[in-house]
Design a protein around this ligand. Structure first.
Ligand code: CTP
Ligand code: MG
Length: 227
C-alpha cells in the first residue's frame, strides 16, 4: 500500500518548558524533530506530512531536508492547530490522493525504532483495522479518590498506548470528519466511529519526551558509550 506518515510537531511543550516549541529543542546537537524524522525516513513511506507550529514551517523544512536528503520532495509541511486532534486533521487535509494507509506519529516520540513503523504498517495491511503499538503497564495501579485508595486495579488487561498509530486512510478521514469531541489518541477517535483497533508490540524507546526528566533520558540514550 501507499503509506503516508503524519508527524505531529505543532505542540508548544508546556511541560518541558525549554524555551522553544518542543520539536525544536535539542537532544544532542540535533532537535527532537530531526531525530523523529530520521526514524520515519527509515520506514517504507511514500509521503511524510510534518505538522509544525505557526511560524516554524521553514525550520521544519530544514530538518526534513537533513533527514530525507534527495527524497525531500516526499515531505509536506503544514501548520497545526490548538489541539493535537486539530493538528492531525490539518495533516490529513494535506495527504496526496493515492495514499492508502496513514500513520500518525508524535514528533515527541523521537527515538521510536524503525521496526515499530514496519509492524504497524504490516498489521494495517493484514487486518484493515486501526493499529496501536502498546507496552505492558509496569506500575502497580490504584483507583483513588483524593488521598484515599479505593481499590487495586488489575493491570493484566491494561496496556500503555504509543505511536505511530496506523489506519486505512478512508476510514480515518471519515472518523475525523464525524468526531464530535476531543479524544485522547487517534485509535480512541477511530474506535468511537465504530472501527476495530488491533495492537502490535511497541518499544520502550518509543517513550514520549514530555518532561525535563524524559529529555535527560533521551540525552543519556544518545550519548556515545565510553570506549
Ligand atoms: N501536538 C500538535 N499540536 C498540538 C498539540 C500537540 O501537533 N496542538 C503534538 C506535539 O508536538 C507532540 C504530540 O502532539 O509531538 C504529543 O503532544 P504532547 O507530548 O502533549 O506535546 P505538547 O502539547 O507540545 O506538550 P505539552 O502538553 O507539555 O504542552
Ligand atoms: Mg500536549
Amino acid at each position: 500500500p501507499r503509506v503516508a506518515v503524519i508527524v505531529v510537531a505543532a505542540g508548544s511543550g508546556t511541560r518541558l518548558s525549554a524555551g522553544a516549541p518542543k520539536a525544536f529543542v535539542g537532544i544532542d546537537e540535533l532537535p527532537i524533530l530531526r531525530h523523529a524524522l530520521d526514524g520515519v525516513a527509515a520506514a517504507p513511506t511514500a509521503q511524510v506530512v510534518i505538522v509544525a507550529p505557526a511560524g516554524r514551517e521553514g525550520d521544519a523544512r530544514t530538518e526534513a531536508e537533513a533527514a530525507f536528503g534527495d527524497r525531500s520532495d516526499l515531505v509536506s509541511v503544514v501548520v497545526g492547530g490548538q489541539t493535537r486532534q486539530q493538528s492531525v486533521a490539518a495533516g490529513l487535509a494535506a495527504l496526496w490522493a493515492d495514499v492508502e494507509t496513514v500513520l500518525v506519529h508524535d514528533a515527541a516520540r523521537a527515538l521510536t525504532p524503525p521496526d515499530v513503523f514496519e509492524r504497524v504498517i504490516a498489521e494495517v495491511d493484514r487486518s484493515g483495522a486501526g493499529v496501536v503499538p502498546v507496552r505492558p503497564v509496569v506500575d502497580t495501579l490504584k483507583r483513588v479518590t483524593g488521598a484515599a485508595v479505593d481499590e487495586a486495579v488489575d493491570r493484566a488487561p491494561l496496556a500503555a498506548a504509543q505511536t505511530p498509530q496506523g489506519f486505512p486512510r478512508a476510514l480515518l478521514e471519515s472518523a475525523y470528519a464525524t468526531a464530535a469531541e476531543e479524544f485522547t489518541d487517534d485509535t480512541a477517535l477511530f474506535a468511537a466511529a465504530g472501527h476495530p483497533v488491533h495492537t502490535v508490540a511497541g518499544d520502550d524507546l518509543s517513550f514520549k519526551i514530555t518532561t525535563p526528566a524524559d529529555l535527560d533520558r533521551a540525552r543519556h540514550l544518545l550519548r556515545p558509550t565510553a570506549a
